[in-house]
Design a protein around this ligand. Structure first.
Ligand code: UDP
Length: 488
């Protein structure tokens, strides 16, 4: 049988180990899972790897994170490309797509260089990098995509060119939910945020990415079958109109790794958790870019206080006036003001026995793995959702942007590991009473208990799936054996 399952069979006995080049879109939510894939290819299959990033996303935190990878996983940065001609305030999807497209010449040169110095067997780009697959073709290596979201979102992207042609009007006005094969039905208003305005550049770029996804030799997805079994059953079947799909997750950062954040408050978070009873704390975090309005921050504070439950809240400075909630995407440490100064007067003092607020960043995977953590209130970024499931921690879903509303629908209605607060306010604001109610239900109610039971089943499925003989582990081995077939 052609090799790939183990280190011993992945590399030719006397030749250099197989090498893979992986290009990450900007943002730690993209860099971290792609780097985890590189780490896994090294640990389980004896690969060496180069993680490529864009100069625009360079930050001390990212450098520290990449430097913490094993020596066999190197990092390099593509030179900056001009983006100044894009309209001021261009959407993140536009910026990421244009940056990828304009980086193709530099990437082609890097891949050619790697081809002459290593046993380069594949190139892997992530979700905004479909245009860079051209560089792999030019360098003569197979080009794959790594999708750091779920099968629901991948299915949407693969069907998007067809939906674009067939759907009239805006998604949010559709009378019926969008039904993708095997997936939970998603109300139009919960479909991916950049698709909500069909006249926007971001919409066109997403359709473009969906078209180009078909150029990939295969698509690796950071999810696992137990989370979305219906979609997995459909997408694991080969189809002539799209590349093969490989669910290989969950690849998540380890609790020993704080994401290279240099989190100043890491120790104090863990010290505080150490002093709390088992499974008593709600961890509240909106990812690396998410922020609430000032008014919503106040409602959340009042809701947590009203609930009477323990909480550890990562507070970010609010964004108001219709600002893009993901605007701090490129540099998550850019909170300009003291985030705690936006909390209601006296809140920190009144809740000091039960709660802890930390500005901007916490060591999330360590917090989730801590015995005192019972649940997480999350923006439903896919890395956070996977980390929560891998730690056996149920969720309260509070989606903000990108594909988070779709994720929330799936986690609440299909996977059943999350509860969602009521939204009764005309401006989509979640009110303090409704926050308190959902927190109480999660921390002590029947629905919370059911989500706990379900998420622990998923934790076990995640763990065993990555073991040799597990579905995700075997799926990655299958990809590896395609890449290394030539060395057999
Ligand atoms: N994260 C963290 N500490 C924080 C906030 C986020 O370590 O205070 C990490 C989190 O563990 C996850 C990533 O940042 O790995 C966020 O990725 P996700 O896909 O959840 O959301 P995004 O930030 O991309 O919206």
């Amino acid at each position: 049988m052609c090799g790939g399952e183990t280190k011993a069979t992945a590399a030719a006995p006397s030749g250099p180990p197989p090498h893979v080049a992986l290009l990450s879109s900007p943002g730690m939510g993209h860099v971290a899972p792609l780097a985890e894939l590189a780490r896994r290819l090294h640990d389980a299959h004896g690969f060496t790897a180069t993680v490529l990033t864009y100069a625009s996303s360079d930050s001390a935190a990212q450098r520290a994170f990449l430097a913490s990878l094993p020596p066999a996983v190197g990092a390099a940065s593509l030179p900056a490309v001009p983006l100044g001609d894009l309209p001021a305030g261009a959407a993140i999807e536009t910026l990421l797509s244009v940056e990828a497209q304009r980086s193709v010449p530099a990437l082609t040169a890097v891949l050619s260089g790697l081809k002459s110095t290593t046993n380069l067997v594949a190139f892997v780009a992530d979700l905004f990098g479909a245009d860079t697959l051209r560089a792999a073709r030019d360098a003569g290596v197979p080009g794959y995509l790594f999708f750091p979201s779920n099968l629901l979102m991948l299915s949407l992207m693969l069907h998007l060119p067809r939906l674009d042609a067939n759907v009239a009007g805006e998604f949010r006005d559709l009378p019926e939910p969008v039904r993708l094969p095997g997936c939970v039905p998603v109300p139009g208003a919960d479909i991916l945020q950049p698709l909500q305005d069909r006249a926007s550049d971001a919409y066109r770029w997403m359709v473009h990415q969906g078209e180009r996804y078909r150029d990939a030799a295969g698509i690796l997805v950071n999810t696992f079958d137990a989370v979305e079994p219906g979609a997995a059953a459909v997408l694991r079947q080969p189809e002539p109109w799209r590349p093969p799909v490989y669910p290989i997750g969950p690849l998540t950062r380890q609790p020993t790794d704080d994401g290279g954040s240099g989190a100043v408050d890491a120790t104090s978070c863990i010290d505080w958790l150490d002093a709390q009873p088992d499974r008593s704390v709600l961890f509240v975090s909106f990812g690396s870019g998410g922020a609430l309005s000032t008014a919503q921050t106040g409602e959340l504070a009042r809701g947590l206080e009203l609930s009477g439950h323990r909480f550890l809240w990562v507070v970010r400075s609010p964004t108001d006036g219709g600002a893009n909630p993901g605007e701090s995407y490129y540099d998550r440490s850019s909170s300009k003001d003291d985030p705690l100064s936006f909390l209601p007067p006296g809140f920190v003092e009144r809740t000091k026995e039960l709660g802890r607020v930390v500005p901007s960043w916490a060591p999330q995977t360590r917090v989730l793995a801590h015995r005192a953590t019972k649940a997480m209130l999350t923006h439903c970024g896919w890395n956070s959702a996977l980390e929560s499931m891998a730690a056996g921690v149920p969720m309260i879903a509070w989606p903000l942007y990108a594909e988070q509303r779709e994720n929330a629908v799936m986690l609440c209605e299909e996977t059943k590991v999350a509860l969602r607060p009521k939204v009764r306010d005309a401006n989509d604001m979640i009110l303090a009473d409704d926050i308190a109610e959902v927190v109480k239900e999660m921390m002590g109610g029947e629905k919370g208990e059911a989500a706990c039971v379900k998420v622990m089943e998923l934790q076990e499925a995640a763990r065993s799936g990555l073991e040799p003989g597990g579905m995700s582990g075997d799926t990655l081995a299958q990809v590896v054996s395609k890449w290394t077939a030539v060395t057999c």
